[in-house]
Each structure stands twice: as structure tokens, then as C-alpha cells.
Design a protein around this ligand. Structure first.
Ligand SMILES: C[S@@+](CC[C@H](N)C(=O)[O-])C[C@H]1O[C@@H](n2cnc3c(N)ncnc32)[C@H](O)[C@@H]1O
Length: 260
């Protein structure tokens, strides 16, 4: 990116090493900071014009209210946030059977203290699979309203919301490569959004909400009814575990567990 100073944040030193290597190869001077995104503002230590999060980021974060406040704290007044990730509806699709396009996982946020968990010995990158020493994954589903409200409650103004039919990885096993992206076959491609993006802005004279943004856990306030579903086991429809699944469905077999 010519003319801009860039900072990348990730909690994995291995991911950061690879990012540094790629930046070197591209001839870009990028600062990388090893930090949890939930503490990114302090770790980066300065406000910026643009915060960008790429695909596959918020599913690893439980507390989206803190995430939204960190984005807002990182932006200078008038700064812009650009978000793109897999669509919350697509994340809830069963991912064990190419001929089935149906809900298989929870769409709505989990009650605080619970996670979708599964074992996966494969890397989502093109890297060496034998390097996976900790196959246990923990994910948190985030709905459209939860993401938008996390930003709004942090004081940001939503400028644009868009939905797309492509992703950089085959989230569903029926997806096939099209250029550098993956898409569903017709007619599903026109029926189900696979990705979405949001542009939000921090008001020029920002008056950020403080603790009132935090309503507890990773859930929106006033959503007590969804607690009634806590503890339900989430499995792909009609199956407890995808046998011999391919590389494309790395998340099969997610179940809800309590986490500390
Ligand atoms: C699926 S990858 C994202 C890939 C990236 N968007 C891309 O397009 O190449 C998820 C990344 O998020 C990082 N990560 C997960 N939880 C995090 C957290 N709480 N704080 C910072 N980074 C986190 C992981 O270390 C990993 O590098």
C-alpha cells in the first residue's frame, strides 16, 4: 500500500512471521504487533485512519462488544472501519454433504461461557498438516445484528452493508473455485449469501460510549429468550460427525461446550 503506514495485528507469532515474510517479498514495510484483538488498541498504541479485518476473524472471538470497542478505539475521529467475513447465515450451513444446503449449526450468538468446539487436525492454509499439534478449535457464531450492534454500541456509524456470493475458501463442500474465490453451484449461488461486508465510520467528534456498551458476555441485551437454547448439542443434520470429509469442510462436528 503506497503512501500509507500499515500495522498488522495477530495473536499468533507463527502467523506474524509468515506475514512478515510476505510483506518482505512484496517490498512493503509493515509493522506487525503480536496481540489479542480484544486488546489491540493498547497494543498498537496509536489511532489510525482505517481499520480492516479480513475473512475468518470474528469466529475466534467470543466477546464482540469488546471487539467493537477496540475497533472504535483504534480509529481516529472520522476514521473508517472495513469489515468482510463469511456471512453468518453461511456459517450456520451443514458442511458435511455437498448435495445438502440446509442449516446445520447455530446461527444466533451463544450464551456467555459456551463455545462451538471441534477437533480438526488440518490447517486451513496450504501449509504442512503435520504441524498441527493442537487440533481442538473453539468458535463463536455471530449473527448479523450482533456484529452491527457491536459497532453501533461502540459509537460507530454504519455507512454501508453488502452481501456477496463468494469466499476465499470453500466453506461448503459444494463450492468450487472461480478465479481466486469459491462459489456455490447454480441455483444455490443466487439463493444463499456466502460473505458480507460492512463499512462503518467513527464520527468526527466522537463521544464513545463506555461501559454502557457492555451488556454482559457476547450477547445483545434483551435477548434472554435465546438462553433457553443453551446446552443444545449442535450437529450436522442427520449425522453426528462427517466421516471422511474433505478439506473443504474443516468445521464439521461442531458441538457446544462450556468454556472458561
Ligand atoms: C482464519 S485466519 C485469518 C486469515 C486471514 N484473514 C487471511 O485472509 O489470510 C485467523 C487468524 O486470526 C488469528 N486470531 C484468532 N484469534 C485472535 C485474537 N483473539 N486476536 C488476534 N488474532 C487472532 C489467528 O492467529 C489467525 O492468524
Amino acid at each position: 500500500m503506497t503512501g500509507a503506514r500499515c500495522t498488522g495485528v495477530d495473536l499468533s507469532p507463527v502467523s506474524l512471521d509468515i506475514a512478515r515474510e510476505l510483506a518482505d517479498r512484496a517490498g512493503q514495510a509493515i509493522r506487525y504487533v503480536e496481540a489479542n484483538v480484544l486488546e489491540a488498541a493498547a497494543a498498537v498504541g496509536e489511532q489510525v485512519d482505517l481499520v480492516y479485518t479480513s475473512t475468518g476473524t470474528i469466529c475466534w472471538v467470543q466477546d464482540l462488544w469488546t471487539w467493537g470497542r477496540q475497533v472504535a478505539a483504534l480509529l481516529r475521529p472520522g476514521g473508517t472501519f472495513f469489515f468482510r467475513d463469511s456471512h453468518p447465515s453461511a456459517n450456520s450451513l451443514a458442511d458435511h454433504e455437498p448435495r445438502l444446503l440446509a442449516p446445520g449449526y447455530r446461527y444466533f450468538p451463544l450464551p456467555a461461557g459456551q463455545a462451538l468446539t471441534y477437533a480438526d487436525g488440518m490447517t486451513y492454509t496450504d501449509g504442512d498438516r503435520s504441524l498441527i499439534t493442537q487440533p481442538r478449535n473453539y468458535e463463536w457464531p455471530h449473527s448479523v445484528s450482533e456484529v452491527l450492534m457491536a459497532l453501533v454500541r461502540a459509537g460507530l456509524v454504519i455507512i454501508e452493508v453488502d452481501e456477496q456470493d463468494d469466499l476465499p475458501w470453500p466453506l461448503h463442500p459444494a463450492m468450487t473455485a472461480e478465479g481466486e474465490a469459491y462459489v456455490l453451484p447454480a441455483p444455490w449461488r443466487e439463493q444463499v449469501p456466502m460473505a458480507w461486508s460492512v463499512v462503518a465510520r467513527k464520527p468526527a467528534s466522537a463521544d464513545l460510549p463506555g461501559e454502557r456498551a457492555r451488556s454482559g458476555g457476547n450477547r445483545a441485551p434483551g435477548r434472554a429468550e435465546s438462553c433457553a437454547r443453551s446446552g443444545r448439542v449442535m450437529r450436522p443434520v442427520g449425522e453426528s460427525r462427517a466421516p471422511g470429509r474433505g478439506e473443504s469442510c474443516a468445521r464439521s462436528g461442531r458441538v457446544v461446550r462450556s468454556v472458561r
